[in-house]
Design a protein around this ligand. Structure first.
Ligand SMILES: [Fe+2]
Ligand SMILES: [Fe+2]
Length: 315
């Protein structure tokens, strides 16, 4: 195809995007749009699956049968989110095996928050409330993303995420109304998870490598800083209800802006965790590799079944 044809196609593509039409798997799309989406959706899928680990860590120690059943359902939901998202990325021509390889070799990233350890039961509350809460803020805007299969996966995921957020907040509420030790546990979890939750929205817009193009193509619908502000604004009144102390001394309502002000994030920590130096990076990948290897027989059985079916069909 000559460059003139490509320019025409790109123009027609942008017109469709501007008209809020969804792009579907068989439609023409610029190579960079496809690559950008594969990166973003697979990163998102990896985050869902790796995110099962910090919470899975507390399944055997949930304080009551009810808490255990709820947490089990939540962790299973996250596995399901990973599966919808891998399927959605596959429609762009990348295979599941390639994505898993990229995750395990460190080529692909996942949300850095899942490299922090879960030290107490209150962390399960804080994760549901803050981490799933931050994910919802981001994912609600992604329901309007321009790629059809990704946007549709988000609709269902968001419904489940709001249950996750509530189960987390309910844990925090119980602890914050409990005895002194329980209140301290809740405060400690809030203090530790607050900043990493804000980091989930990524670097400042000015420092974000993929932002401008992703916005023009409507892969992303709102900028990192806008989404982060939304999250802060929704979470501070929730801290007030819990009667816990603010995890950031600079958090305060700004009448002029109509938003909460907050302190600067520790970007050195952010980049260190992304580059693999968080508390649990190695452990998370090692665990993933181990689980993947243990599942080899399932993949073999599926392939054998498929081959048998095809042979029967051919006969
Ligand atoms: Fe999820
Ligand atoms: Fe979730």
């Amino acid at each position: 195809m000559n460059t003139e044809d490509t320019a025409d196609l790109e123009q027609a593509f942008q017109i469709r995007i501007d008209k809020e039409e969804k792009i579907e798997p068989k439609d023409w799309m610029p190579g960079e749009y496809r690559r950008n989406l594969i990166r973003q959706i697979s990163q998102h899928a990896h985050s869902e699956v790796i995110g099962m680990q910090p919470e899975g860590n507390w399944l055997t120690r949930a304080p009551t049968l009810r808490r255990k059943a709820v947490l089990l359902a939540k962790v299973q939901d996250e596995g399901g989110h990973g599966l919808y998202l891998y399927s959605s990325a596959e429609t762009l021509g990348v295979s599941r095996a390639e994505m898993i390889e990229a995750l395990q070799s460190g080529k692909a990233k996942y949300a850095s928050i899942f490299n922090y350890p879960t030290l107490s039961w209150a962390d399960i509350g804080a994760i549901g409330w803050l981490v799933d809460g931050a994910a919802i803020v981001n994912q609600i805007s992604l329901q309007r993303t321009s790629y059809g299969p990704y946007a549709r996966a988000m609709v269902r995921i968001c419904k489940e995420e709001s249950f996750h957020q509530r189960q987390g907040y309910e844990i925090m509420l119980s602890l914050s109304r409990g005895n002194q030790a329980q209140r301290e546990m809740a405060q400690d979890a809030l203090n530790r998870w607050w900043w990493p939750s804000l980091m989930m929205f990524g670097p400042h817009d000015a420092d974000s490598a993929h932002s401008a193009k992703s916005m023009r193509w409507k892969i992303k619908r709102e900028t990192n800083d806008d989404l982060r502000q939304k999250f802060v604004d929704q979470s501070v009144p929730q801290i007030d209800v819990l009667k816990l102390e603010y995890p950031d001394p600079e958090l305060k309502w700004n009448e002029n802006r109509g938003h909460y002000d907050f302190g600067e994030l520790d970007w050195d920590e952010f980049y260190a965790v992304i580059k693999g130096d968080g508390h649990c990076n190695r452990e998370r990948i090692q665990h993933h590799v181990k689980a993947h290897e243990e599942g080899e027989w399932v993949r073999d059985a599926l392939k054998a079944y498929d081959a048998k079916k095809k042979a029967r069909h051919a006969a």
